[in-house]
Design a protein around this ligand. Structure first.
Ligand SMILES: CC(C)(COP(=O)(O)OP(=O)(O)OC[C@H]1O[C@@H](n2cnc3c(N)ncnc32)[C@H](O)[C@@H]1OP(=O)(O)O)[C@@H](O)C(=O)NCCC(=O)NCCS
Length: 248
């Protein structure tokens, strides 16, 4: 009796996977990536779906409008009179991605503002502090990777398409007052990071600094002065080491 060919059940399951993934992706709003027609990557969708704190996310949606999607364990403290500005079609993802055990922590002081435009991600282990009355703005498709800190006492702007690597620090205050020869130095100054800026791991961006569009900050740099657009700066203090750079 001729042998029946084995049923290709396993093969079928594997073959069906991409189709199923594509199907699930098609159900998702392309607005999740507002600058493009791309659908979100399925692995990102699954990571969010598996770790989202559903009740808190819905509470934030009702209370503040917009979509602030928080992962389980995220510490989010929103002080009285503070504002979480997330326009329709924009999303702020807090505490997803990366394997660091520490949760993401976001603290908005009294009357502070955190505003995002488009899709913004602040990953696990990162601490964001927006002091009373201060303002933090983050543009579309920018992310702050894990174990970084953003300390905002006045005004920090992060443009669109910025990649801010792990273990970075961005601060617009020195926190303590320094006097030299009895003359006090400015304690705080706004930080402005342009569009499409790449900040390498371990870099620190200090108060009062402006970084031009397309600039690259090498790993471990300490940025203490303005950085022209499309330059690579490196070192402590960071100096221009290359011009006419681009990255993706
Ligand atoms: C920015 C970067 C990619 C540039 O790499 P590259 O093109 O190979 O640069 P080069 O090695 O040609 O360096 C150019 C100059 O800058 C110096 N330089 C580069 N990186 C530096 C750093 N982190 N600190 C100090 N100086 C640095 C080099 O010594 C060289 O100096 P020279 O002109 O006197 O020889 C790299 O320096 C870097 O920081 N990589 C880490 C990026 C990161 O953090 N990724 C995490 C994922 S987001």
């Amino acid at each position: 009796m001729p042998r029946q060919p084995p049923r290709p059940a396993r093969m079928l399951r594997n073959a069906e996977r991409p189709a199923a993934a594509a199907g699930l992706s098609r159900l998702l709003p392309s607005r999740l990536l507002p600058d493009s027609n791309e659908r979100p990557d399925l692995s990102v969708v699954l990571r969010v779906a598996l770790h989202v704190a559903i009740v808190r996310t819905l509470y934030l949606r009702v209370r503040y409008g917009g979509w602030c999607v928080v992962s389980r364990g995220t510490r989010l403290k929103i002080g009285p009179g503070s504002r979480l500005l997330i326009p329709d079609g924009s999303f702020l993802f807090l505490g997803f991605a990366h394997f660091t055990p520490a949760p993401c922590a976001v603290h908005l002081g009294r009357g502070a503002t955190l505003s995002v435009r488009g899709t913004v991600q602040i990953h696990r282990g990162t601490r964001v502090f927006v002091h009373d009355g201060a303002r933090l703005e983050i543009g579309n498709r920018s992310f702050v990777n894990d174990c970084s800190t953003v300390t905002c006492f006045q005004h920090i702007t992060i443009g669109s398409g910025c990649a801010i690597s792990w273990n970075t620090n961005i601060l617009d205050t020195s926190a303590h007052e320094l006097a030299i020869g009895g003359q006090p130095r400015p304690r705080s100054g706004p930080v402005t990071i342009g569009d499409q800026v790449w900040i390498g791991t371990g870099a620190t961006v200090l108060a009062g600094v402006t970084i031009g569009d397309g600039a690259v900050i090498a790993a471990g740099s300490v940025v203490a002065a303005a950085v022209p657009g499309q330059t690579l700066v490196a070192g402590n203090p960071a100096r221009v080491v290359r011009e006419d750079v681009s990255w993706h």
